[in-house]
Design a protein around this ligand. Structure first.
Ligand code: PMP
Ligand code: GLU
Length: 395
């Protein structure tokens, strides 16, 4: 039978991060000693007090459907978190809890975009943004940035990218994959441009908020009074609490958008997992200082990996201020032949080091930057040292 799939799904590219992780898993199962630096997944245990809250929820008999947009107590905890960490005031009607920040982003795209609406994505952007936009019939508009501006979009670039069809601006800060953080001043400059274009909704993905190495303080677009009514703030527990598989994310935003996300979710998932939701109440209400030890360790790893990568000729790195990725420009290798393999682009480069060094990374193309590769340093210092030494030896 010929392919009976929809044009919609046929137009989507598989998630490059998940694909590379699956490939690494497969190679490992076939006996290869692969070091996986492809996936953005903290390698820590979920903190005890959060695990205990989940066990308690199981024993207390939490097993029914939850309210579609999340337990009331969880929404209160999200409100407390937004106020405490970001100075943002939300009411319960403005909060929606979802199955990961990924679903939260998907919901927002589905409820805000009509066919042909343009969404500005400063590059590099998180791998799923462009496909999530396309799945909602939107048109991703990529704004290239470079290492010289620390991979951040300037106000002038934003102004130039806006057209009458622009409906949204999406970015993550700290950024996956560059680790860059927009300062309050830089966000203000973007907000000033947006003042002239009141139709534009901003999606501020702050999932790496707590993974910040202390140079630039975290700032939220919604904290500006004139942006509050048209900003959706996305966050979740995957990164700061090492809870990737628990699949809880959330938004705070305008009530009409939250209501629409709730309606959509009611037809799609019926709400997020009940046990994970109970545990997240505890995660959010405890002080973020309790998970600071993970950030301290990531900081050590960042120092280690930057030092090692900078010893390799042809790697050009920015200094990431947050998240747990480095995004080196490896274009110096393009056009070269290494061990019989021709390297024409970042995908060839990532594949070459997977096959020859047994180290999994992700091509920058997936993040809208064809000159770079993304290396996750959510791995032990031993693995990082061994991985970079292997990469160096095959180059
Ligand atoms: N946004 C960014 C920038 C991410 O890196 C990720 C990775 N997981 C997500 C959203 C999705 O998070 P979640 O695991 O909560 O779906
Ligand atoms: N966000 C992580 C990453 O960028 C997890 C993978 C995914 O959700 O795509 O690697």
């Amino acid at each position: 039978m010929s392919n009976q799939l929809s044009d919609r799904i046929n137009s989507v590219t598989p998630s490059a991060t998940l694909e590379m992780a699956a490939k690494a898993r497969e190679l490992r199962a076939s006996g290869k000693d692969i070091i996986g630096l492809s996936l953005g997944e903290p390698d820590f245990k979920v903190p005890d007090y959060i695990r205990e809250a989940a066990i308690q929820a199981v024993n207390d008999g939490y097993n029914s459907y939850t309210p579609v947009d999340g337990y009331g107590e969880l929404k209160e905890a999200v409100i407390t978190k937004f106020k405490r960490d970001n100075g943002l005031d939300y009411e319960a009607s403005q909060i929606v809890v979802s199955t990961g920040a990924k679903q939260a982003l998907y919901n927002v795209a589905q409820v805000c975009l009509n066919k042909g609406d343009e969404v500005i994505l400063p590059c590099p952007y998180w791998v799923s943004y462009s496909d999530i936009v396309k799945l909602a019939d939107g048109v991703p508009v990529e704004v290239p940035t470079s290492i010289e501006t620390d991979f951040k979009m300037t106000a002038e670039q934003l102004e130039t990218a806006i057209t009458p069809k622009t409906k949204m601006l999406w970015y993550s800060s700290p950024c996956n994959p560059s680790g860059s953080i927009y300062s309050e001043k830089e966000l203000r400059a973007l907000a000033d441009v947006l003042q002239k274009h009141t139709q534009i909704i901003v999606v501020s993905d702050e999932i790496y908020e707590h993974i910040n190495y202390g140079v630039t303080s975290h700032a939220s677009m919604a904290a500006f009074d004139d942006m509050y009514d048209r900003t959706v703030t996305v966050n979740g527990v995957a990164k700061a609490f090492a809870m990737t598989g628990w699949r809880i994310g959330f938004i705070g935003g305008p009530t009409y958008i939250a209501r629409a996300c709730n309606k959509l979710q009611g037809q799609v998932t019926s709400g997020a997992n009940c046990i994970a939701q109970r545990a997240v109440i505890t995660a959010l209400l405890e002080s973020p200082d309790r998970v600071r030890y993970m950030v301290d360790e990531f900081k050590e790893r960042r120092k280690l990996i930057l030092g090692l990568l900078n010893e390799i000729d042809g790697f050009q790195c920015n200094e990431p201020e947050g998240a747990f990725y480095v995004f080196p420009d490896v274009s110096a290798y393009f056009g070269k032949t290494l061990n019989g393999a021709k390297i024409n682009n970042a995908s060839d480069f990532a594949m070459y080091i997977l096959e020859h060094a047994n180290v999994a990374t992700v091509t920058g193309d997936a993040f809208g930057n064809p000159k770079c590769i993304r290396i996750s340093y959510a791995a032990s210092q031993e693995e990082i040292t061994e991985a970079v030494s292997r990469i160096k030896s095959v180059l």
